[in-house]
Every structure is written in structure tokens, then in C-alpha cells.
Write a protein that binds this ligand. Sequence first.
Ligand SMILES: *Cc1c(COP(=O)(O)O)cnc(C)c1O
Length: 365
Amino acid sequence: MKINYSYLKRQFKDADDLWNKLKKFVQTGDFTLGKELKIFEENFAKLIGTEYAVGVNSGTDAIKLPLKYLNLKEGDEVITAANTFVATIGAINELGVKIVFVDCDDTFCMNVDQIEDKINEKTKAIVPVHFTGYMTNMPKLNKISEKYNIPVIEDACQSILGSIDNKKAGTWGLAGAFSLHPLKNINVWSDGGVIVTNDADVYKNMLLLRNHGLKDRDNVEILGYNSRLDTFQAVVGNWLLPDAVNISNKRIKNAHYLDKHLKKIPQIKIPPRPENYRIVYHLYIVFADKRNELLDFCIKNGIEAKVHYPIPIYRQKALSHLKYVKGDFPITDLHAEKIITFPCDQHRTQEELDYIISVVKKFYS
Ligand SMILES: *Cc1c(COP(=O)(O)O)cnc(C)c1O
């Protein structure tokens, strides 16, 4: 059996009605901002349960623009997780501030107990990353944020519809960032991102920042960016959003099935699954003994398993100026050697899931 990691061919196999919608859309010529984007933003805000949503050109900009709102200066510090995808770091870096890492825990999100040690008078924002579809411990993080009066911008790019105690990712901080990249749980046909917020002032500022700071055609209020969500992609988004809850439910169901069977294998450790968390499994990751050998064995047997990521971001060459060294974030380091990601998206069949389980069993037997 061959199990590819990407499911995009399956997802858009029967998209005739979307093609028809796009044909009609092209006739309108409404390519910049416009009606479809407005509808998308209203539906996205409804889905997440925030007052506002603003479409931007990527998940990266969905992190960058709210940080820009905070008027950060050179020398300011922003705290984030040592094991995120590079986009989080790229977004923060664009503000010209110092990036300060904290280690993760077995939920792959930042260990919030380590944050207070890193806070000083220069700390101007915290960017928790709800990595792999988990949630950062936001009840605890928000208490720290309130105590020190430091705003939180959530990187929820991997965690759309994830929640703790039914409060969703993206609704805990001053603003939340989502990605619509083709490989994310809600995905358009190109790049895209969404900022959500309940703060009217942030909302107004995001509308300006994503569109050159233009208040109207003739008045530039502030200097901004060209970071609009492509209206064409908003049409795709409008087609997908009604399915968002089903998509995450199916991923959760598949993940629970893999959990149930993989946990019987002594060499596999399943990460914690707290009952009050809704984990949406952007990535399905477990800890494995002899990880590299298992990975090779899976690939030889047709399963495109992966490692997210073999070299943690804090140890990448591009960040060597921060002078972090291996061992600074021991849990992140340990994970890099133990984690393996299996395909577990909404398009996996029962046979494919059973095949993954059987190949892992066979490796250890
Ligand atoms: C995908 C992703 C982003 C944003 O990526 P874009 O490709 O710019 O949409 C940011 N943070 C994390 C953790 C991500 O996985």
C-alpha cells in the first residue's frame, strides 16, 4: 500500500461546484477586497466566535500585523516557543525585536511555567504557538499576561477549531493568527491567512495595515503593507468553511483510532490527551523508540511518515546570532529525536489507518 502525506488531490477531486462559483466570480471582476472577502471574514469570525476577522495574504502576516500594532521598538523582546515552524520566527523577526525562546512540554506547546523567568522590562509581547493542533496552556498563560500586562498574540495557524474548556484557539489573546496554506486544516488554493480579534481598535488597525494604510482611496492614514487576502481565494474559503467542523471532527476521530491501537505498542508513547482540550491534529505525532529506524521502515513500506522537525528552529543556522546551543531546550531536543508524524487527515481510509498500525507493529515485533 502507498500512503502519501498530501491529500490535496483527494480533497479537490470533486470540486465542480467550486469551479462554477469561480467562473461566476471571475465575471464580476471584484478581485481586490470586495464582497466575497467580506462574506468570508464574517463567516470566519462566526466560526471562531470572535467579533472580527481580517483576511491577509498569509499566516505569517497574520502574526506580523498584530505585532506591528503593538509599536515594538528595537531592543524590545518577544517570547515564543523553541520548537515552532519558521514562519512564527520570520514574522517576529520582521519587527526588528529580540526573539526569546522557552522550551515546550509533551503537548509540543510552550511550557508556560518557564515564561516568568524570561520576562523583564523589555518584554513587550508573548506569542504562544498552538503547535500540531494542540493548545498552549492559555488559562495559565493569560494569568501571567495579566500580571505583567504583556499582550498575547496567538499563533493558531495549526490549531483552527482547537480549544481548552470550549474556548477556541485565537480567542484568548489580543489577536489570533490563522493560516490558509494548502497544507493547513482549512486550506485555500494558494497562500492566505486570517487575523481574529474582539478588539475594535486592533480590527481597525488591521484593516489599514493590510491595505497600505489606506483609509480610503485618497487618504493614507499610516504606512502599511500590501497584505490583502486574495479575493479569488476567499471564494475557495467560502466553499470550504461549511465543512470546517467536519474536517476537524474527522481528523480527531482518525487520531483517536490511531491512539487506541498504537498505545498498545510498548515502544510507542502517546502524548498527553487532556480531557478539556480539543486537539485538532494538524499533525498526528507520537514518541517512538528507534525513531529513525521506524521512519525508514515506514517509508520502505509505502507510508510517507515525517518528522516535524528534526532540527528545532532554535538551533537553525539562520538563528545562530541568538547564540543558543543544543541543550538549552532539552525537551525540544529530546522530541527532535523521538517524534514521528503519521498521515491522519480527514481523507484517510480505514484501510490506510489499519495499514499504518500494522506496519508499526511489524517493525517492533
Ligand atoms: C503555517 C504556519 C504559519 C504561517 O504560515 P504561512 O505559510 O505564512 O501561512 C505560522 N506558524 C505556524 C506554526 C505554522 O505552522
